[in-house]
Design a protein around this ligand. Structure first.
Ligand code: CLF
Ligand code: SF4
Length: 497
């Protein structure tokens, strides 16, 4: 392939025609920050060392999540605390979706799997260890896995997620191992609140209960955060939003972690159901509604940068954040002794460099065009897009299992949130009941931009007041959203004239 177009295993990004068209047109749109999601996105917005760390990390940069994939291996099952939202038979809900069981691996098996994935998925940039269990407590397995993988794939980014209790014991080793992304789950800074979330911890060979347990956990979490920041490691803080327990308190958590230098704060909804067998699930503790989550995130504006594109992925997830190819790479499906071949990853990275450059230029041009035409006071619009990666509108409506929603106004385009749904097309045809669910998923959205859509779903959406457009198929998201916005605002102006 040439002309900046690559076929990427099962993921094909863009088309030669669409890319050429975008290049020829000088692109269109742009944003002041190509997306949003709290973390600053462009190299010129942050120091080069930080940009170098985040530019390939799909969780630490919203922009990067259009291009790069992560994979998790579940190698560290032991845990030193009990969270009321966890049942360790399942995945660790500190970082991943509860209620699913991931494949437990030895470090040798995990390395085998990572090499197999790296050979097949050129977007792979990050290896994460995210439960079940605690990566810092079950440290030797975490360390051995990272060692075996980096022996073969030295440029892979290493990422771990921990409850923080054991983390202060390994700070210097993390630096030696070149780990520059660590997530700590911090649900409280007040032990009284913590006592409602953690019944006990295991620390210094003792089981400790109640408020005292949460006091120690809090102190160790702050020690870990300070120690990581002091060593130049980027820290993402995850907080599980538990209505009635820590919802108001998370504002204090947000302020405190910002003060201590956390790079990102990811406020995740509690997922709780009786069948998960967790304390919260069995006692009826509910998770927040989408509106409650948004309200807490909005209340945190101005504090630590918020991550909004988290997909609460599985502890054995593989692929771009919106997809999960984990089931294609279970141990029985990967070769016995794969040999790493980095050629496809290298080619892909070269493509991303050129593509990013082009997308940014297109976005800036579109933003300038919008500012020239649209009054600064023009209203905001929410626009959903279907994408399978590459920052482009390149997915058919019927294939979408999630919609990415962008907020646009005269100042630019920002990622707002994503919404999941079952795909409308099944076995080549549309499913009526699914369309109803997709319409419910798109509630509050003005327009959905797609690569293609059939007449039936288009009409169904229109009846529900949602316009579907394939006008900008394969264009960059920002370009398309801004073009739509200019068109809508021009119509509004014409109507009021
Ligand atoms: Fe995995 Fe977590 Fe590293 Fe990402 S996930 S260990 S930082 S590589 Fe990402 Fe998944 Fe959300 Fe986690 S989308 S659950 S934030
Ligand atoms: Fe479960 Fe993770 Fe909490 Fe341990 S830290 S109890 S594995 S959610």
């Amino acid at each position: 392939m040439s002309d900046n177009v690559v076929a990427l295993g099962t993921l094909s990004i863009g088309s030669k025609e669409s890319l050429s068209a975008a290049l020829a047109s000088g692109g269109c749109s742009s944003t002041k920050s190509a997306t949003g999601c709290g973390s600053k996105e462009k190299p010129e917005d942050m120091d080069p060392a930080t940009w170098a760390k985040v530019k390939d990390h799909p969780c630490y940069s919203e922009e990067a999540h259009h291009y790069f994939a992560r994979m998790h291996v579940s190698v560290a099952p032991a845990c030193n605390i009990q969270c009321n939202y966890c049942n360790r038979k399942y995945d660790c809900s500190n970082e991943s979706r509860p209620g699913v069981v991931s494949e437990r691996l030895t470090p040798v098996e995990a390395a085998r799997k990572v090499i197999a994935v790296a050979n097949e998925v050129p977007q792979l940039s990050v290896l994460g260890i995210a439960g079940p269990g605690d990566s810092a407590y079950d440290w030797l397995k975490t360390k051995e896995t990272f060692r075996l993988v980096t022996e073969q794939i030295p440029d892979i980014k290493l990422c771990l997620s921990s409850n923080g209790l054991a983390l202060p014991d390994h700070l210097d080793e993390l630096v030696e191992m070149n780990v520059d992304h660590v997530t700590i789950t911090i649900n409280m800074i007040d032990p009284e609140v913590g006592a409602q979330i953690y019944p006990w911890i295991f620390y210094n060979r003792k089981r400790i209960y109640g408020v005292e347990a949460s006091r120690i956990l809090h102190e160790r979490q702050m020690e870990a955060l300070d120690g990581l920041v002091a060593r130049g490691i980027l820290v993402k803080v995850n907080s599980v939003l538990i209505p009635g327990i820590n919802d108001a308190h998370l504002l204090e958590v947000n302020k405190e972690v910002k003060r201590r230098g956390a790079f990102l704060h990811n406020i995740m909804p509690l997922i709780s159901a009786p069948e998960h067998g967790t304390h919260f699930g069995l006692t009826g503790q509910r998770g927040p509604t989408a509106a409650e989550l948004l309200a807490v995130q909005e209340a945190c504006a101005g504090g630590a940068n918020l991550m909004k594109h988290c997909r609460q992925c599985r502890a054995d997830a593989v692929g771009l954040l919106g997809e999960d190819r984990g089931q294609d790479f279970t141990l029985d499906l990967v070769p016995e002794a794969p040999v790493y071949d980095g050629a496809a990853r290298e080619t892909y990275r070269d493509w991303v460099v050129a593509e990013r450059e082009d997308r940014r230029a297109a976005a800036e041009a579109a933003q300038a065009a919008t500012e020239a035409l649209v009054a600064a006071s023009s209203p905001k619009l929410l626009v959903a897009v279907t994408t399978q990666g590459g920052g482009r509108i390149n997915q058919h409506f019927g294939h979408a299992t999630e919609f990415q929603v962008f907020e646009v106004d005269a100042t630019g385009v920002r990622f707002a949130f994503h919404r999941r749904c079952d795909n409308y097309c099944v076995d080549g045809g549309g499913a009526e009941d699914r369309l109803e669910r997709v319409i419910a998923t798109l509630d509050g959205i003005d327009t959905v931009l797609v690569a293609k859509i059939g007449d039936c779903p288009r009409e169904g959406l229109a009846e529900a007041g949602i316009t579907a457009r394939d006008t900008w198929a394969h264009d960059y998201i920002e370009t398309a959203v801004l073009a739509l916005y200019r068109e809508k605002m021009a119509q509004k102006q014409a109507q009021s004239a």
